[in-house]
Structure formats: C-alpha cells, structure tokens
Write a protein that binds this ligand. Structure first.
Ligand code: SF4
Ligand code: SF4
Length: 382
C-alpha cells in the first residue's frame, strides 16, 4: 500500500539504531518492532515492497507514543514525527485505524459547548465515585471555572480545549505572570477553541487542517501567540508544514511556548523571595524533543524557586502521549513507572511540568505536579 510517505524522508534512515535508547516503547519492551528503526523498516516494507498491513504491523504503529524522543537522537535527521503522522493519516483514510467511536470522542474538543457539557457531566460523575481511577483523569474536574478577561493586546494567550475546561487556573496564573512583566494579554477563548494536536496524533489530520485554518482566520495578525501547553504549542508551530502555505508559516512563526517567550523578558518581573522548595523539572516531550525550547523553563524558574533539580532519565517520555495513556494503558503505565523511579531519585517537593497531559497523568500516580507559570505566580503573590 502507498502510505503516501515522502520517499526521501523515509530513505534518510540508515538503520544505525542510535535512536533506540531514547524510545520509551523500545526501552520497556526490548522489541525491535516497538522501536523507531523497526517502525521505519515496516513503513518501507509496506510502501516500497507491498508488505501486507497485518495486525502486528498496525499494532507497531499504534503503540508509538509519538513522543519524538527519537528525532533529536538521530544523526541523519529523520523526520520521524511527520512520517508517523502521514502513516496514521493514510491508515485512517483506509479505515484501518482510529475507529468511528474514537473519531466521535474527539468531536467535543473543537466544540466548547459540548466540551463544557461533557466536563460538567464528568465532574458530577467523579463526585459520585462513578469514574474509574484507571482513566487517569484529574482528581476532580472543576464544575465551574473563573472567567478569563482580556487586559490588553500585546500578546494572545492560547487557552485551547481540554486544558481550558480542566486546568484554567494555569491560564490565569500565566496571564498574571505575563501582566506582571508589563504586557497586556488577550486569552483566545472561543476564538480558537482547539489546535488539533490530539486529532493529528490520531491520524485525523484533515480535522487538524480545518482547525488550523479556523484559528488563522480568527486571530489578528502581528500579535505573538503564547501557549502554556507544550503539545498545543508544538502543533501550532507545525501549521506551516501541515498547510504548506506562506500564511501558515508566518502564523507558526509567531507562536511561542510561554516560558520561551518570557525567558528574555525576565527583567520586567519584580525581584521576590524564591519559594522555599525543591522542584524537579519534567520536560514534556513536545517541549524538549519537538519545540526544543525546554531550557527556557530553567531560565524562568531559576529566580523564583529555592532549588531546581533535573531528572536523570534523559527526557524520556512519561507515557501520557495525548490519549495514549487511555488507549494503551499497559504500555503507558510501564513507561510512566520509569519516570516515577526517576522522580523518586530526585526527591523533589514538587514536579514542574509545562504540559497538561503529563501533569494529569503523573498526578494520577500520586506525583505533586504544578505548571511553571503557577510556581512563578505563587512566588510573585506569596
Ligand atoms: S516517537 Fe517516541 S515512541 Fe515513537 S518511535 Fe520515536 S521515540 Fe519511540
Ligand atoms: S531513525 Fe535515525 S537514529 Fe534511528 S535508526 Fe534511523 S537513522 Fe539511525
């Protein structure tokens, strides 16, 4: 089958295996079919040699977390993430992946009304103990949320879908920090309800394209767009590639992770007493491997936290991976166990994570997590 993969990109892989230690699914299984090299070999076999798409082959593709830890480790520069996204898009078009029930489950993400209703239902179900803990949802989804109010038009703050419904307090903290640095903030709210990152992971790339186009039409040009979710920021920075237009490329060029944007504006923030705590930094994959701006988290936290510590696992994935922890709970759990061991060795009071999926998944295992913006906000208001 023609997976519609770019032949040059596919042939860039020289099968050296240097990416294997950085692949979480290979680390926990030791199985070549669960490694980047093995998955690329299968893509080639299917596209170039007409190998059949057996259940095992599809399982190899489905079990990839799409953490992209293999990309920075690859000396040949294989664009693995784009290869996997295209593979999934083709398999979805052939109805070999992402069944209808799952496609329907993604629908509320782009509809704030539906998502709000669903979140209220989940919140009430949690109060009555009807939601199984294995789903890995936040301990208590809020029933009501405080309003987000614009304070100026220096920057947009992208608020998104699930994060806005479940973790709006992070947006509020981020907005206060950016305002404290001297900038007016417009939360995007219903202007841009979803970036399409989760849909792209599932191979529903046409939906991501529609959401990208809607967002580009909705947000005024020339204003930087700050993102406090690593996964959303990575997706929005990729709109140029996804849509292949000059306008999309220009849009992506004004998307910044919120820590990345703040890092060279720290002189605008007041000097305060640092928080008396030891904080371990968990780098979300889409901040470290995809956006590669994770050092900014250290820069912005350093003046506000008594002690910052690094994890010793070379930035391996935590297993959250968008909806991965729900769709592949066993593998995700094994991957998370490695992260938990690394956190235990660091003995922190708190773990700072700049991605809602990671923080929710780690919190479900009992880890005290917090967004970097919440830490700075706490230091500024203590
Ligand atoms: S994206 Fe992550 S899980 Fe997938 S092959 Fe690369 S390192 Fe492994
Ligand atoms: S993806 Fe890169 S690092 Fe991995 S086997 Fe291929 S060439 Fe080597």
């Amino acid at each position: 089958m023609d997976l519609k993969l770019d032949a040059d990109a596919l042939n860039t892989c020289v099968s050296c295996g240097l990416c294997l230690p950085f692949c979480p699914t290979y680390r926990v299984t030791g199985d070549e079919a669960m490694s980047p090299r093995g998955r690329i070999a299968l893509m080639r076999a299917v596209q170039d040699d007409g190998a059949p798409l057996t259940d095992d082959v599809i399982n190899s593709f489905e079990t990839c977390v799409q953490c992209r830890g293999c990309e920075p480790a690859c000396p040949s520069g294989v664009p693995y993430g784009h290869l996997m996204e295209q593979t999934r898009e083709t398999l979805v078009a052939e109805k070999m992946m992402t069944p209808t029930w799952l496609r329907l489950a993604y629908k509320p993400l782009s509809s704030p009304g539906l998502l709000g209703l669903g979140s209220k239902g989940l919140s009430l179900a949690q109060k009555t103990g009807l939601v199984p803990k294995q789903l890995g949802l936040p301990n208590q989804i809020p029933l009501r949320q405080p309003d987000l109010v614009a304070s100026g038009r220096d920057v947009y703050l992208f608020t998104g879908c699930v994060m806005d419904a479940w973790q709006r307090e992070v947006h509020l903290a981020g907005q206060r920090v950016i305002e404290a640095a001297g900038f007016g903030v417009t939360p995007t709210g219903d202007l841009a309800p979803c970036c399409g990152a989760l849909q792209a992971h599932a191979g529903l790339t046409s939906e991501t394209r529609q959401l990208a186009e809607k967002m580009m039409r909705s947000l005024d040009p020339g204003i930087p767009i700050l993102v406090d979710s690593a996964g959303c920021g990575a997706a929005m920075k990729d709109y140029g590639h996804l849509l292949g237009t000059k306008e999309a490329g220009e849009f992506s060029s004004r998307v910044f992770d919120i820590q990345e944007w703040l890092a060279d504006k720290m002189s605008g923030l007041p000097a305060v007493e640092p928080l008396d705590m030891k904080v371990a930094i968990q780098d979300p994959c889409h901040l470290r491997h995809v956006q590669q701006v994770h050092e900014a988290t250290r820069v912005v936290l350093d003046p506000f936290v008594g002690e910052l510590v690094e994890l010793d696992d070379l930035g391996l994935c935590c297993g959250a991976g968008g909806a991965y922890s729900v769709l592949e709970p066993e593998l995700a759990g094994q991957i998370r166990d490695r992260k938990l061991a690394s956190i235990d060795r660091a003995v922190p009071d708190m773990v700072a994570s700049a991605n809602p999926g990671c923080s929710i998944y780690l919190a479900a295992a009992g880890v005290p997590t917090i967004h970097p913006m919440e830490l700075i906000d706490r230091a500024l208001t203590q």
